[in-house]
Every structure is written in C-alpha cells, then in structure tokens.
Design a protein around this ligand. Structure first.
Ligand code: ATP
Length: 378
C-alpha cells in the first residue's frame, strides 16, 4: 500500500511495454509534476493508451518502473495507487440515476447511503449537474453524460485522474466548452490530470505539459508554448502544424546567429545560442506560419539579400481563414550569400503564411524569426 500522501507526481523510469513482438512503448522516461494537467498527444497506435493503462495498473511494464508520489506502484491495484480512469464511452449504468451512477464506487466500498449521496451531490455540484441528479443517463445530452462520467471518476478522491480521449464523443462546439470545464475542475480539485488525445489544439488549450509521441517514443515533452514555438524536430513541427520546416547547410555562425543556405534557395538566420555548429553542418529549422508574411513582388523585384526571405512564383493557393498555403513551383529566385544572388532550381513546396497572393503571381515571403530544431546530419 502507498504512503498516505496526496502527491500525484508521476515518474516513468526507463519503461518499455511489449505485446509479443510489438513494442507499444520503448525506453520511456517522463516526469509529470503533481497537480499538473498533462496531455499525451500523438497519432493512432503511438502508445498513449498503453501509458495510461500502465499508470492505472491495468497493464504492467515489461521493463522499467512507474512511481506515483515517489512510491513504486508495480503490483498495486488502481485503488491502492490512488488513480481513477474516465473512459471515452463514459460507461454509465443505463438503469441507475445520475446520483447512483456517481455514488456507485462508494457503495462498493461500503459507504452508507447518506454518506455516498452527500458526496455524490457535492461532485455533481462541482460539474454543474446537481439539477439532473434524478435523471437516467438516456435522458441526458452527451455533454451532460460526460460531466456525470467525470463526477463518477472523481468520487473515489483520486490523486491522479486518467482520461482516455474524454472529448472524442462530443461535437465540435461541446468539445470546446468541455475542455475548459475539465481544466476548471482540475484546477479546482488540485489533482493531476493525464489526458490522452490525438487532437493538437485540444492538448495545447488545456495542458501544462504536452507530451508529443510517435511510435512508442516521446519526441518532445514541454509546455504548449514551447512545443509550438520551438518544436524539437521536424516530426513535432509537422505534427503540431503551423510551421514551415526548412533544411539547409550552415555557412557561418556569427554572434549566436547561424546563416544557413536553405535547400530551396532561402537564406535563413537562426539563433543557435546553445549549439556548437560548424560550417557545412546540415540543419533543420522551422518558421511559424504566423511569422511569415507574403506580399506581391513588383515586376522588377530582385531576389532578396535579407535573411529568411524567399521570392517565388505561386502555383496554387489554399485559403485557410487565418492564413494561406501557397505552393511554389519551378525556378525560385533566392540568395545564397549576403553579397551574391543566385537563381536556384526548386522543387514544388508549400509555404504557409499570412497575407494574400494569386496563382501565377510572383510573391515575396519574409519572416523576422526562424527557429532551430535539434536535428542535424553533419
Ligand atoms: P489510439 O489513439 O488509436 O487509441 P494509442 O496511441 O493509444 O492509439 P495504444 O493503444 O497504446 O496506442 O497501442 C500502441 C501499440 O500497441 C499499437 O501498435 C497496438 O496495436 C499495440 N497494442 C496495444 N494493446 C495491445 C494488446 N493488448 N495486444 C497486442 N498489441 C497491443
């Protein structure tokens, strides 16, 4: 049995989980701070649910260990761990009232009717469902059922709540509302939430810690702001969206700025304070689309000498509301050094930017900031 602490810090140390030949997760190391809201984010099959199930005690790591509040939990039941799980399907009992659904776990633990109903009413108030206590689940909307499922998961007073795709059964409008509700309840109760999702915007909207996964491994674990503004590699940048991923060769490093000759003709100036780079290194960088502006290139416009600028011809446009995606094609004018301009033959590529252009037009793209990602191929 665990110590009586309410500490909901999770430590995953060198955990691998195999199902036969399949490694669902490999060599995982992660610390989720107490009282934080963590989202596990990644495409289908990357191992998110397996992590949740190992924390809950429904699966055992093949190697490595999991600690909750400092205690090793291998072999302990979910109740002993102080965890509770809220499922995608809600799994409410159809013939029990909302109140009895929420109170059910306390009944199993032998609590008196008065006591369990009092606690269940308290939680229904927290999730703003006290008015519906006597209804059956079928008499509730899906958003209301989701609140009941949340109250039911919380009735055992867990220190860690595990949520497996909790919003996926809701329509877009309800999803936006309910993710705010989840965050409010988490703050209100002061317990650790671990929320599995494959929706990027959901994760960055609610989480203190976003864990981006691919194929059983963690690609980056950081705050939403950091993941979005400084993705660690091309996978994270592409998966999170909103980034232009660019590759090139380092020409020089001066005052913490690497000048990079981009493969597509752009010259990039990338801040590299903590990195030791040598001339000739291959480097991958990214520029957020909201930091790229596109404007019409006047007839005689010459290739730009400034960093982070491209001149190209637009061959296709996708209008996306807050930004545009433009496909550049064929030959692109760019600059390969501060003093000389060259014309570079250029494969088709898409650039996301703010602004407007037209197919067939020459357009100038510019950005004040590019970000280095940790991928290099010397
Ligand atoms: P989704 O978003 O689709 O739910 P996920 O990221 O949660 O996916 P997991 O369910 O953790 O992914 O599965 C990770 C990998 O482990 C997958 O390749 C899956 O097929 C495999 N896997 C999971 N559970 C089992 C099992 N009980 N037996 C065999 N393989 C399994």
């Amino acid at each position: 049995m665990l110590s009586e602490t309410r500490n909901g810090e999770i430590k995953i140390n060198d955990v691998t989980k195999r199902f036969g030949e399949t490694a669902a997760v490999s060599d995982l190391n992660l610390t989720i701070p107490d009282k934080s809201y963590c989202c596990l984010l990644g495409p289908s099959g990357c191992g998110k649910t397996t992590i949740l199930r190992m924390i809950a005690g429904h699966e055992t790591p093949t190697t490595g260990e999991i600690r909750i509040g400092g205690d090793a939990v291998t072999g302990l039941s979910p109740v002993q761990r102080g965890t509770a799980m809220m499922f995608q399907s809600y799994a409410l009992f159809p013939h029990r009232s909302v109140l009895d659904n929420v109170a059910f776990s306390l009944k199993l633990r032998g609590a008196s009717k008065d006591d369990r109903h009092r606690q269940a009413r308290n939680l229904l108030t927290k999730v703003r469902m006290e008015r519906f206590a006597d209804r059956l689940p079928a008499q509730l909307s899906s958003g209301q059922q989701q609140r009941v499922a949340l109250a039911r998961a919380l009735i055992t007073n867990p220190r860690v709540l595990l949520l497996d795709e909790p919003l996926s059964a809701l329509d877009e409008y309800l999803r936006l509302r309910m993710r705010g509700e989840l965050r409010r309840v988490q703050k209100d109760l002061g317990i650790t939430f671990i929320h599995v999702t494959h929706t990027q915007l959901e994760a960055i909207a609610v989480a203190d810690l976003v864990v981006v996964m691919a194929q059983g491994r963690i690609e980056q674990a950081a705050s939403a702001r950091e993941i979005f503004t400084a993705p660690r590699n091309a996978y994270v940048a592409r998966f999170m969206g909103g980034q232009n991923v660019l590759a090139g060769t380092v020409e020089s490093v001066v005052d913490g700025q690497a000048i990079v000759a981009g493969d597509d003709g752009a010259r990039l100036s990338i801040a590299v304070d903590k990195e030791r780079l040598v001339k000739g290194s291959r480097l991958v960088g990214s520029i957020r689309r909201d930091r790229v502006s596109v404007r019409k290139a006047e007839g005689g416009a010459t290739p730009p000498n400034e960093a982070n600028a491209l001149l190209g011809e637009v061959h296709a446009i996708e209008y996306q509301g807050s930004h545009v995606r433009l496909r550049l094609n064929g030959r692109l004018a760019g600059s390969s050094s501060p003093t000389s301009s060259t014309r570079t033959s250029f494969a088709t590529r898409w650039i996301s930017a703010i602004g407007y252009s037209r197919v067939g037009r020459r357009a100038m793209f510019s950005s004040s900031r590019a970000c280095m990602m940790g991928e290099r191929h010397p």
